[in-house]
Design a protein around this ligand. Structure first.
Ligand code: CO
Length: 439
């Protein structure tokens, strides 16, 4: 869209949001949440978000937070109005969180995150001392992109992604979306010098895709044929990315093939060196590039800041200072500018407040689900080493995918794993996989 088109677009999205709201509040349907929102607020939110998103993109390009601050302030003011209209039992943030992770409260998320943070901060500090030693050997190597593409298709198929009901295409930013039953699209990208950067994003999106393809077609178009929540969706992507894609068994199966495909890049790199290289822990400024261990600290920072912005304890103009302070305290690094600091994510400009926690909830659920899968099926590394991924996939399909929205996220986790959402499986798994590896 040309830049000058944004005002027209903002009006059009406001109109559409209003029309969708009218349909959603039609008395024949009982969307409680929609019914409580006045059409004026829904339209105003859509209008401001269209403007805020463009202002955010400009501010990010020009490292100019000041130009974005007034729109950010408006977005949070509207979010406050929305929360008040919807209603909440504890604090305002509950009303927004409930949009993305129904049934979860600010209080329960906050307790869970505090537990996680207490363990993660020292773990990250200890791991950094170790990993500073060696440069990453893979980043100096070249991986021709046409061969990456073929390899990624092989892996997606082996994991159970059905190419008859889905596609892989090249895009700017990886995603997975379900157009409808039988049509699940994955967007992926490749980097000549950063094989891992493209590859693990693919495995992540395949995890989302397996969930979409595993929903019951009989219930398509109804809540029973739809994903539970963003957190449960993310648990599926994280499970395949981190517990399968980064595992020893997975690479015992795929590394010999990878070494043949990319002989020039990998002929002198052992399986163990390769695995260590793709599982490095190193605190960085950018959330989407974060490793598995530091990732959740990026989320905990955002959760704290968006609650403060919503309550009014933090004003938009003071966001950069607060952001930089928290990065220093939790990750030991400080952004040099706002582009790599508080302007890096589009979420707030896009009105997505209460969304960030679902990423870490996904990691928490993934750890619990994988542990439960191994308790039920037995240790999975041997199966992965033989190229057997369908046993795990079928178990997830049976326990999670086919139920759609029958249960809320906390209920399904409790039913399948025997315990309520709890970070101990995640902490246990991270410390076993990252702190006990020799060397
Ligand atoms: Co995801």
């Amino acid at each position: 869209m040309p830049r000058a088109g944004v005002h027209h677009r903002s009006e059009q999205t406001a109109l559409l949001a209003g029309l969708i709201h009218d349909r959603g509040t039609d008395p024949r349907r009982d969307y409680d949440r929609e019914r409580r929102l006045p059409r004026r607020l829904v339209e105003e939110f859509a209008r401001v978000i269209a403007l805020a998103s463009q202002a955010w993109a400009d501010a990010r390009t020009n490292n100019d937070f000041k130009s974005f601050a007034p729109l950010l302030e408006r977005v949070f003011a509207l979010a406050r109005e929305e929360a008040d209209a919807v209603g909440y039992a504890g604090e305002r943030y509950d009303a927004l969180l409930d949009n993305y992770e129904p049934g979860m409260t600010t209080d329960s998320v906050s307790k869970l995150f505090t537990q996680l943070e207490t363990q993660l901060v020292p773990m990250v500090a200890a791991l950094c001392d170790k990993s500073e030693i060696a440069p990453n050997p893979l980043l100096a190597r070249e991986f021709p992109v046409d061969r990456q593409r073929a390899f990624m298709e092989t892996v997606a198929t082996a994991l159970g992604f059905d190419m008859e009901s889905g596609r892989l295409d090249v895009v700017q930013h990886p995603f997975c979306t379900m157009i409808g039953h039988g049509d699940v699209r994955i967007g992926l990208r490749y980097f000549l010098n950063n094989f891992a950067g493209g590859f693990f994003a693919l495995v992540h999106e395949v995890g989302h895709g397996l969930y979409d393809q595993g929903l019951d077609p009989e219930h398509y178009g109804t809540p029973m044929g739809d994903a539970v929540s963003l957190g449960i969706h993310e648990s599926q992507s994280r499970l395949w990315e981190n517990y399968v894609g980064r595992s020893v068994g997975f690479w015992r199966h795929f590394y010999p093939q990878l070494q043949i495909e990319f002989h020039d890049a990998l002929h002198d790199i052992s399986l163990e060196t390769f695995r260590r290289s793709v599982n490095r822990v190193s605190p960085g400024l950018i959330r989407v590039q974060a490793d598995e261990v530091t990732y959740n600290l990026h989320i905990i920072i955002r959760f704290e800041l968006e609650r403060a912005l919503l309550s009014g304890d933090l004003r938009a103009p003071d966001l950069p200072a607060a952001w930089n302070e928290l990065y220093e305290r939790r990750l030991g690094i400080r952004p040099k500018d706002d582009t790599t600091g508080c302007l890096q994510d589009i979420h707030w400009a896009d009105g997505l407040i209460g969304y960030f926690p679902t990423y870490t909830l996904g990691n928490v659920y993934a750890a619990q689900l994988f542990a439960a899968a191994e308790r039920a099926i037995g240790p999975l590394q041997e199966a992965f080493a033989k190229g057997n991924f369908h046993t795990l996939r079928n178990w997830l399909g049976e326990k999670v995918h086919r139920h759609g929205k029958r249960y809320k996220s906390a209920e399904i986790i409790e039913r399948v794993t025997g315990s309520a959402p709890d970070p101990s499986s995640l902490i246990e798994s991270l410390s076993r996989r990252y702190t006990s590896t020799p060397g």
